[in-house]
Design a protein around this ligand. Structure first.
Ligand code: F6R
Length: 240
């Protein structure tokens, strides 16, 4: 694991956004693994400004998002599809048909998970995967568990995740389940970048980097990946 501590989330967004742009400049049809939440926002902002400057095109890229809520209409403002549209896709030249999500409303969830995993493989696998980390060490929506998950599957969200994300729903009922890429599938990405900022992530960051490799702290699985860079701000790095 390579650890890089930068002064602010804006600096992290520039560094990580530049990595995505460099990949697209080298490989226009790259497969990008994307995340939602607060951590990737400065990265997406930087990618948008590089696109507007004419430095990079997303026209041939494919994207796969890590996760999606179950039982939430795709058009709901808090669906991850809506989030990605608002925060990135509507502001760059990506082909909407090339943006891939797990369908949290699928009638047959197991079939939907297999479809998604097979499509990633069919397109040659994820070239660069962006991750955030939950306060409980989750990646994607892989919550602490007895074993590391492999392919995509349905997960019950942990109490700390419900607490962290319920604010986005502004008093509305928040989904309790999600479909997520598994840890094994995340580890198949050729290259992984994680962004963690703020003191609330410090304990999970320390456990991920310096702790035991255990499914109780899903992000610790990244210790086994040959090409991971963790971008931290001083608060997230404060316990290392
Ligand atoms: C979101 C995702 C989650 C988040 C994590 C951190 O697609 O996969 O693992 O990355 O919950 O969320 P933020 O960045 O909001 O602190």
């Amino acid at each position: 694991m390579k650890i890089i501590t930068l002064n602010s989330e804006i600096e992290i967004g520039k560094a990580v956004g530049d990595r995505f742009c460099a990949l697209l400049q080298k490989k226009s049809a790259a497969v990008l693994g994307l995340a939602t939440g607060a951590s990737p926002l400065p990265t997406y902002q930087h990618m948008i400004s590089r696109f507007k400057a004419g430095d990079v095109s997303f026209a041939k890229a494919h994207t796969f998002n890590l996760d999606e809520y179950c039982d939430l209409p795709a058009a709901h403002s808090q669906s991850y599809r809506s989030f990605m549209h608002a925060q990135l896709f509507s502001q760059v030249d990506i082909n909407p048909e090339n943006t891939h999500f797990l369908d949290g409303n699928a009638a047959n969830e197991a079939l939907e998970c297999s479809r998604f995993d097979a499509l990633i493989e069919h397109l040659g696998g994820v070239d660069l995967q962006l991750l955030g980390i939950g306060r409980n060490g989750h990646i994607g929506f892989n919550e602490p568990a007895e074993t590391f998950s492999q392919g995509s599957y349905k997960v019950k969200l942990a109490p700390s995740t419900l607490e962290a994300n319920s604010g986005y729903f502004e008093g509305e009922h928040m989904p309790t389940h999600a479909l997520t890429m598994g840890v094994g599938a995340i580890l198949r990405a050729k290259e992984i970048v994680m962004v963690a900022t703020g003191a609330a992530k410090a304990e999970a960051v320390k456990a991920m980097i310096q702790g035991e490799n255990t499914p109780q702290l899903p992000a610790s699985a990244l210790q086994n990946h040959p090409n991971v860079t963790i971008y931290l701000d001083p608060a997230a790095a404060s316990l290392l």
